[in-house]
Write a protein that binds this ligand. Sequence first.
Ligand code: FAD
Length: 510
Amino acid sequence: MILDADIKAQLAQYLQMLEGDLLLKVSAGTDKVSQDMLDLVDELATMSSRIKVEHTQLERTPSFSVNRIGEDTGVTFAGVPLGHEFTSLVLALLQVSGRAPKVEQNVIDQIKNLQGEYHFETYVSLTCHNCPDVVQALNIMAVLNPNVTHTMIDGAAFKDEVEGKGIMAVPTVHLNGEFFESGRMTLEEILVKMGSTSDPSEFANKDPYDVLVVGGGPAGASAAIYAARKGIRTGIVAERFGGQIMDTLGIENFISVKRTEGPKLAASLEEHVKDYDVDIMNLQRATRLEKNELVEIELENGAVLKSKTVIISTGARWRNVGVPGEVEFKNKGVAYCPHCDGPLFAGKRVAVIGGGNSGVEAAIDLAGIVKHVTVLEFGAELRADSVLQNRLYSLPNVTVLKNAQTTEITGTDKVNGLTYIDRETEEEKHVELEGVFVQIGLVPNTEWLDGVVERNRMGEILVDKRGATNIPGVFAAGDCTDAAFKQIIISMGSGATASLGAFDYMIRGE
Ligand SMILES: Cc1cc2nc3c(=O)[nH]c(=O)nc-3n(C[C@H](O)[C@H](O)[C@H](O)COP(=O)(O)OP(=O)(O)OC[C@H]3O[C@@H](n4cnc5c(N)ncnc54)[C@H](O)[C@@H]3O)c2cc1C
């Protein structure tokens, strides 16, 4: 039995929600993955009389497509969509059967209006938490537009194809046979990338705001809710609503919620913000701030938004190691997300650059998957908590190099090694390996404020106890500031502080 009792019970409930009959077209061989896939589709068919199975030959074996009777949808799973992709399978069954996807009407219209042929392929790993969103978004597009097809491909089941195409990060999406994008993307982001953008003029000529929040992570969401609750005109501009938590797996220190996952928390944040009268401008990047009579924020699309006060909450991103090879081999062996990309290095040798908590946690996770992990720490000692260090040192397939300064990531078409200087002996050394995970912390997203808003040498915005910056009317919150600690609950608190600070400033001129 491929499905355990718990999953089967859940599945049974979902299958009762099927709205029409489905035909699963199955292309199977005699290998183990084919057998598992056949077990899965047969089990689905025994659980619902609405599901029929037909054996055929598809582009990939093992794979199966999910269709309406007499109408191919182009939704295909190559491999066995269990693990993190199980939800993608359930949603595909429901949506192909006729259940409407939970997507805003304007997005549905954009998808239906897409002209031309779009054949998407998404390479995933079943342990990648960023992959299902992309798979589900593209499946929705295939369900809604007959000119769009989408195949999810489990990299572990199609190793030769993945190696042949040099795919070393998931999710990686190909469109009509060419590389399209890698990494987590929402449906809206995919549409923007396809050129199906919302009209920039809709952002121009907006009435000035009382509070305009720039950044849609925990700090920005909190700031927007606090402002809107005062009944003042509030807007929020975000390059990607949710922020870093969209790339976070388990969260266990968001007080009052014992355990949650980042994307789930991001969805709750968005839902909470939408509960108020907040003008949400997602997928928009701020490029300039200028203080005139009002504070002006220019967007990448050229529109200028005006507001009495602005709260900057643009957060932070992974810090690059900045050595030759890092950019060239990004997604060709250089990776930043161990949870996502670790499985693609199964049985291979990898390095983790960085001996802090995130580096050591990454090394521990990777050691369970890969052949060997080399941890490179610049300083004389690892900086991770001792409990993590003890765990790391107990693993047989990990080497820790201290005083190691990475100088180059080497390779031809993909990574084949890493060069470092042993800072004690000043000797240059080279390690042969196939993957490098960079885990050296974060850098604030504040370059766009150069010469305008005061920052420290790390680029963090200097704020006072009310979240005020050096510019009257401009406040800041969260990971982009000089706050001593960078955490979700702290960002939310500082978002609230900045919002109340902005409100005070407006009514009292403080
Ligand atoms: C892998 C990982 C795991 C973590 N785990 C935990 C944990 O378990 N618990 C915990 O408390 N914290 C954790 N953190 C830290 C936590 O995620 C951050 O402290 C928190 O997200 C910071 O919130 P923020 O709103 O300040 O910034 P961010 O979350 O970085 O959000 C920034 C927002 O600004 C937007 N933005 C950036 N530049 C622009 C621009 N120019 N114009 C418009 N918008 C822009 C972004 O798109 C985003 O919407 C983790 C972080 C990472 C990376």
